[in-house]
Design a binder for this molecule. Structure first.
Ligand SMILES: *Cc1c(COP(=O)(O)O)cnc(C)c1O
Length: 393
């Protein structure tokens, strides 16, 4: 559009069709721009499948993030969505159909557990729920011709059990069943050595890392991704391009954060383990953790999540204790720069049976802690101070 032609337009036309800034060849930003647009002008000669058309279908900012996440997770392709739970439900609805069966575990993110257990049956998709530490029953629970998927987490939410991934993958391959893993607690850099068909992440957590965006991702082969994408485009839980940019930005410091948070978490776990008012500590990096050897084999970094139980003979409740903390904030979520704590039962296990609660090891004295980037000494001092006030009423 030449200048004279623009000058002939009214102000509203000019405001809605701004004169675009063009870059000369070889001159480009060091970071990818944010394509904050819902739609794209469609080129005349290019194939539809090679063009961006509408942001719910695809957008260069989302594609950029998908590319980064697929590469780090060693998968061919990735889909980013508006939440981690959209990634779980989109994956399930994309892969399963009426008459199928899915195997899941009681040690799992609550909304995912609820979707598989209570919602999928509406679509005639049944499930079996097993215990992650009792994989001997896994093979028996595969229904030939019906079981399509095994979905698991590791470390598990909330008490950080470690799944034997090699075992799950071997059994699944033998029976031609797909394996999906929710790798949120371990982050995006771990478990890439295993033949896990589909890797789910809540990017709300370590991926973005700054606690200001809700997002999720599905990484897999191109074949599986195209099947799931056909569904997620219809579900429409599209990630906003600006949010995608924030995650892309967060990813630059991902491993630095994860490693530092792990290092601090190790110190905090050791402090809690040695404290007389703490009855139990669940952290995969502690030698007394039942999954310690498996975690050592499978993971490079043990993560920033610690679950623990205050001694019921001295504490009133997990809730009272958590509210005494000053630096550590009473909030759900994890993998953020700030240290967060929440009573486990209230937020992560109230839909479980009493037996499952006992087996998993959660009660009204249990807490889930996500260690952030504050100085380790300050986090420990905060816990120490609050513990000194823990007195049974
Ligand atoms: C938070 C979380 C999710 C869901 O992610 P959202 O982004 O909150 O939807 C799924 N799985 C695990 C293990 C989580 O911690």
């Amino acid at each position: 559009m030449n200048k004279e032609e623009r000058q002939s337009w009214g102000i509203n036309t000019r405001l809605n069709h701004p004169d675009k800034i063009e870059l000369v060849e070889g001159n480009f930003p060091t970071l990818s721009p944010i394509y904050q647009t819902a739609k794209f002008v469609v080129a005349e000669h290019a194939l539809f499948s090679q063009q961006f058309i509408y942001t719910r279908i695809s957008n260069p900012t989302l594609s950029q993030l998908e590319k980064s996440l697929a590469e780090i997770q060693k998968k061919e392709e990735c889909i980013v969505l508006a939440s981690g739970i959209a990634a779980i439900t989109g994956m399930l609805l994309g892969l399963l159909k009426s008459g199928d069966h899915v195997i899941a575990f009681r040690e799992a993110y609550k909304p995912g557990r609820i979707f598989i257990r209570d919602i999928l049956p509406h679509y005639n998709i049944e499930s079996s729920t097993l215990a992650i530490t009792e994989l001997d029953t896994l093979e028996k629970n595969i229904i030939p011709g019906k079981t399509k998927l095994i979905h698991f987490e590791s470390p598990t939410n909330p008490n950080l059990s470690i799944a034997d991934i090699e075992k799950i993958c071997t059994i699944a391959k033998k029976h031609n069943v797909l394996v999906s893993m929710d790798g949120t607690f371990a982050g995006i850099h771990q478990h890439t050595q295993y033949p896990i068909d589909i890797m789910i992440q809540s990017l709300t957590k370590y991926g973005n890392g700054h606690g200001d965006v809700v997002a999720g991702s599905i990484a897999s082969s191109s074949k599986i991704i195209s099947q799931i994408r056909a569904m997620t485009i219809l579900i429409g839980a599209t990630l906003d391009p600006h949010a995608a940019y924030l995650i892309e930005r967060g990813l630059k410091t991902y491993l630095l954060r994860y490693e530092r948070q792990t290092k601090t978490a190790e110190r905090v776990a050791n402090f809690l383990f040695g404290h007389p008012k703490i009855k139990k500590v669940y952290y995969p990096g502690l030698e007394n953790h039942p999954g310690y050897n498996l975690a050592k084999k499978q993971m490079t970094d043990m993560g920033a999540m610690i679950s623990f139980e205050i001694d019921s003979t001295v504490a009133a409740s997990a809730d009272k204790f958590a509210h005494r903390l000053k630096i550590i904030q009473y909030a759900v979520s994890l993998g953020s720069t700030e240290t967060l704590i929440a009573p486990t039962l209230t937020f992560f296990g109230d839909d479980l049976t009493d037996k499952d609660k006992v087996d998993i090891g959660i009660n009204k004295y249990s807490l889930r802690l996500s260690v952030g980037l504050e100085d380790a000494n300050d986090i420990i001092a905060d816990l120490e101070e609050a513990l000194s006030h823990v007195i049974k009423m």
